[in-house]
Design a protein around this ligand. Structure first.
Ligand SMILES: Nc1ncnc2c1ncn2[C@@H]1O[C@H](COP(=O)(O)OP(=O)(O)OP(=O)(O)O)[C@@H](O)[C@H]1O
Length: 365
């Protein structure tokens, strides 16, 4: 079966919430998920990712906008007519049915014969690594195994799209890493278009072709993990994907797309600077901890003092005091680890290419 795309056109959904009143859970979202792509909706609690997913599934009807799966406008279709496989956080298995019966359920609904069902279920259980579990019951399985049954049940009906709502939340850390790579492997092997919801940025980065960062019902930025990390467009995205320092800066001049600015006591020239920034103004700039280099005190652009030092094996995380401001620095250089001690003075160096000027955003994290 050819993989299909999914399109959301100007989708909005407002709820009347008992405490908060009217909540624009999803606010004019436009999105295209490419055929065979795994796209993740990522954002803090309440940003609208589950509501968006539920509108693709047909569990929720948008107030405005259209949902297309392939060339078909499915906005007015009930969930059971959309041909989707859905994997929930809580597995949602039938406790009184065996693993075989749980997986076979969707095929029986489709009125397939037993002769067709038995080999199909057996193939899918093999695919998720649960061959031989046919006669067990859900409560005899671990959380990870139950989630693989849920995955088998979702893919056995050969859905056009797979939807995942925080599928790993109930698993422990190690099993989460294993199960997410299993989901990724199967989704790629079957080449099914998939939408995945999580609030965990590492999970999103590990599993996705592209990530949509959502904030207060709107899309903040869409891109591959690398794009969001190295080229965030807003402060919100920069702070949600990884860690970033906020540094005070003073703009001196902006000429021919070159900006001269001061950070602490040093002057930097930034290329391709935004024309929207004016001379003689203050603003915040952003630098990731691993892009700040520590040196001996007589080197670097300005001085600081190491206030915290956390050795984590392959890296050391420092908190450095610079003129009263606490800055996070991460060093991946094992030779440097021994060089800088607590309360030691250091020289600090920034590469102007790693200094970001971003649209300010409302940050919840
Ligand atoms: N059925 C509902 N009735 C009232 N308000 C709702 C309903 N469903 C969602 N909301 C509200 O809509 C907003 C978005 O909720 P949604 O569940 O889509 O967010 P989310 O990003 O998935 O968050 P979480 O990770 O906490 O599930 C929230 O403010 C939520 O309180």
């Amino acid at each position: 079966m050819e993989a299909v795309n999914i399109r959301l056109q100007h989708i909005s959904k407002t709820f009347i919430h008992k405490v908060k009143g009217e909540v624009a859970a999803v606010n004019d979202v436009n999105l295209e998920i490419k055929p065979g792509e795994l796209l993740t909706l990522l954002g803090p609690s309440g940003c609208g990712k589950t509501t968006t997913l539920r509108m693709v599934a047909g569990f929720e009807t948008p107030d405005a906008g259209r949902v297309y799966i392939g060339n078909e406008d499915v906005t007015d279709f009930m969930a059971n007519r959309r041909n989707i496989g859905f994997v929930f956080q809580n597995y949602a298995l039938f406790p009184h049915l065996s693993i075989f019966e749980n997986v076979a359920y969707g095929l029986k609904v489709k009125e397939m014969t037993k002769a067709e069902i038995v080999p199909t279920v057996s193939d899918v259980l093999k695919m998720v690594g649960l061959k031989g579990y046919e006669h067990q019951f859900p409560n005899q399985l671990s959380g990870g195994e139950q989630q693989r049954v849920a995955l088998a049940r979702a893919i056995v009906i050969k859905p056009k799209v797979l939807l995942f709502d925080e599928p790993l939340s109930n698993l422990d850390a190690k099993l989460r890493v294993y199960t997410r790579s299993e989901i990724r492997r199967l989704q790629k092997a079957l080449h099914i278009t998939a939408v995945y919801v999580t609030h965990d940025q590492e999970e999103a980065m590990a599993i996705s072709d592209r990530i949509v960062v959502m904030n207060q019902g709107r899309i903040e930025q869409i891109g591959a993990a690398e794009e969001l990390y190295f080229a965030p467009e807003t402060e919100f995205v920069a702070k949600f994907i990884g860690k970033i320092n906020t540094l005070p800066a003073r703009v001196n001049t902006v000429e021919n797309d070159v900006m001269s600015l001061n950070i602490f006591d040093h002057t930097y020239q930034l290329q391709d600077a935004s024309a929207q920034v004016h001379p003689d103004t203050n603003l915040n700039v952003f630098v990731r901890p691993e892009f700040i280099k520590l040196h001996q005190p007589d080197q670097g652009h300005f001085r600081g003092v190491i206030r915290e030092r956390t050795f984590l094996g392959e890296k050391v995380e420092y908190v450095v005091d610079i003129q009263g401001q606490q800055i996070n620095v991460t060093s991946y250089d094992p030779l440097e680890h021994e060089t800088f001690a607590l309360d030691q003075g250091v020289g600090i160096q920034l590469d102007p290419r790693n200094i970001k000027i971003l649209q300010p955003g409302e940050v919840e994290k």
